[in-house]
Design a protein around this ligand. Sequence first.
Ligand code: BGC
Length: 757
Amino acid sequence: MIQRTKLYGVAVSLVLVLMFIMFPGFKSPANVTGNQSSSIDKKVDQILSKMTLEEKVGQMTQITLAVISKGSVMNPSMPQEIDPSKLQEAVLKYHVGSIINVVNHAYTREHWYQLQEQIQSVAAESKLKIPILYGIDAIHGVNYTLGATLFPQEIGMAATWNPTLMEKNAAITAYETRASAIPWVFSPVLGLGRQPAWPRFYETLGEDVYLAETMGSAIIKGYEGDDIASKYKVAACMKHYLGYSFPLTGKDRTPALIPEEYLREYFLPPFAAAVKAGAHTLMINSSIVNGIPVHANHHFLTDILRNELHFKGIAVSDWADIKNLYETYHYASSEKEAVKMAVMAGVDMSMVPYDFSFEKYLIELVKEGQVPMWRINQAVKRILRVKLELGLFDHPYYPEKDYPDFASSVSQKENLLSAEESVTLLKNQDNVLPLPEKNVKVLVTGFGANSMEALNGGWSYTWQGTQTDQFDKDKNTILKAIQEKIGKDNVQYSEGTLYNKPLDDQQTLAMAKQADYIVLCLGEMAYAETPGNIDDLYLPDNQAKFAEELAKTGKPVILVLTEGRPRLISKFADQMRGIVMAYLPGNQGGNAIANILFGDVNPSGKLPMTYPRYPNSLETYDYSYAELNQHDYNPQFPFGFGLSYTSFAYSNLKISNDTISGNQKLTISVDVKNTGKREGKEVVQLYIGDLYASIIPPVKRLRGFDKIDLQAGESKTVKFIIDKQDLSFINSKLQRVTEPGEFKITIAHLTKNFFVK
Ligand code: BGC
C-alpha cells in the first residue's frame, strides 16, 4: 500500500487517542459502529420474525416510480403525480421494499418531498411500518433534482487524478441527494474503461485498476462517510458487478469474454476496494461474461462477492435483468426459472421494475420448495439492515429546511475546480495557448459551442440528457463563458456543423477569415446506455471535414472536445494547433474551458485512458512485451498524458534498497521542479513493471500517483513507499502472488531496477 494512506491512518489514531484524553465521554467511530451493529442485528431479527413470506418477498421487490404514478406504466401522465390507489396497492398489498427514479425528467426539491411524504406515509400505515428504500441514478451529482450541482462525469473526475476533490464532490452529491429526500444513489460505476466504443465509457474512472480503486474508494467515502444514518450521507451502490465494461463488440449489454485471471487482475479490484471502503449496496452487471449472464452467476455473486470479498450489503439486479435471463438472453426457459436462478445465484432485490411478477414467481418457488426459506431470509436481512443503517425507520427523510447549502456557492466553486482540474491539454503547438484576453477576435464554432447538452452528456435531467438546454438556461456554455471573458464584441459565433450532419459552412469560413483564433467545439451529443452504441469510433466525417476546412484558412484552430469516449481524431489532429480534451465537464464546464483557453487556470488534467489513433489499435497502456515486439504503443495520446502551461523537470530517482524481501518496504523518491514561469499542478506517476512472470507481465503498471502543486521555480521530493503486495498479480491458479525477480520503476523519463527475493 502507498504509505500516505498509512500515515493518514496513524494520524487518525493519534487524534482519537487525544480525543479520549481530552473528552472522556468521546466514543470512537469504531465503537459506535460495533454497538450499533449488534443492536441493528437484533432489530433485523425482530422484524424478520414478524414477517410473512409475502412481506419478505415484497421487500425484495423494486419498482419504478411510473408503477405508482397516474397514467399507464409505459406512458404515465405528465406532470408526474402519484396515484394513491396504485401506491397503496404496491406498498400495502405487494409490500414492495424499494422504489426508484423519475418519470421522464428531473423534479424540484419540493416535488421530491411531496413524493416521499406520500410514499413513506403509506409505508407507515403498513403492519410492520418498514420504510421504502428510494433509490436514484445520481451519476454526476443528483442529476434528477432541478438546480443540483452537476459535476464532470466520472471519466472527467478520473482525469483530475485528485481523490480529495473526488471525495468532496461525492459528499456534496450525498448532501444534495438527502436534500431531495432520497437516501440511496446508484453510483459509482467501478467497471474499467478499457473498451472505448462502449457507450457507458464516460461513466467509468478510466482504464487503470489503481486509479479506479483510488478514485472509486474516494467516491464511496464521500457518499457514505462513517455513518450512513447521517442526514448528509447516502448509501452508495457499486456498479455493475462484474465485467460489464468490456464487451467484445463495444455495444452495450453484449457478451464479454474475460478469463478469470484477468477478471481478478483488472475488473474485480475496484469492487474489492469499494467493499473495503464500506459500500453498502451493489448493482449487478446486466450483461453476459464468458457465456453466463451475471444475474445467474453463483460463482460471481456468491463465491467471490460474499465468500471472498465478504460483502454484507444488498445485491440489486439491474433493470428488468431477471426477466432478461428468459426474454432476452434465452438462458432460462421461463420467467419463473429466471427468478429461481437469480435468487439462488445471489440476487437480493429485483429491479423488476414494471410489475409484481417477481413476487408471484418467488412465492410459488418457495412454496414448492425450489427456493429455500433461508435464502429469502438472507436477502431480506440484508435489505432490512441497510434500511436500519440508513436510519430510515426514524427518519425516512429529513426536513427540507435542514439543507440550506443545497447547490450553494461553495458547491459551485468545487464544481468549477473539478471541471478545471479535469480538462486535459493534449496539444499546444507553438504555445498557441493560452490565448490573449485583450485585442483579440475569436470565432467560436461547432455544435458543442453553445450547448449545455454537450457539456453534461447523458444522465442529466433526463436519462438521455437531451433536454439539458431547457433546464440549464442560466448556465454558461463555452460560447457564453468566452463572451463573458473577452467581451461579446470580440467573439463571433456560428454553429458550423451538427454532430453528424454538415451545415452550410461557407458562412463560418468567411467568419473564420476575420478571426485571430478559432475555437472549434466538436465531439459528441448526449446519450446513455444502448442508444449511445456506435459502429465507428471515428468522429463523424462531417466533423473531420469541417475541422480541415477551418484549418485551411490558415487561422490557428483550437479543438475543444466534449465527448464521453475517445472518438478518433487522427484524420485531422495534425492540422489542429491546440487540442483540449474536456470529457463531459458538467455545468461549470463552459467556465472551466474558457479559464483554461485564456490562461486564468493552468491545465493539470491527465488522460485516465489511452486515446487511440486507429480503430483497430485499441491498446491500453499496460500492454505486454508481445505487443511491444509487434509495434510500438502508438496511440494518439497515451494514458497519463496532459500538458501544462509550465514545465516540470524530474531528477534524482532514488530507491531505498536494491532488493526487498519478506515484509520489507521500498521507498522510492524523485525530485520534481517547476522549471517554467507560472504555478502549476503535476501528477507524479509511479509505474512498475515485472520483467519476467508466470503470466506474461505488462510492460508497466501504475502503482502510485501524487498530485502536487508547485510555484514557479519550486521543487519537491515526492516519495512512494511500496511493499511486495503492491507488485502482486493473479497467477494461473487464481492466486495473488508476487514472484521473485527483477522489477523496473519508471517515473517520467527516469527508470531504476530492483529485485524482489
Ligand atoms: C442501468 C443502471 C441504472 C438503472 C436504473 C439501468 O438501465 O444499467 O446503471 O442504475 O438502469 O435506472
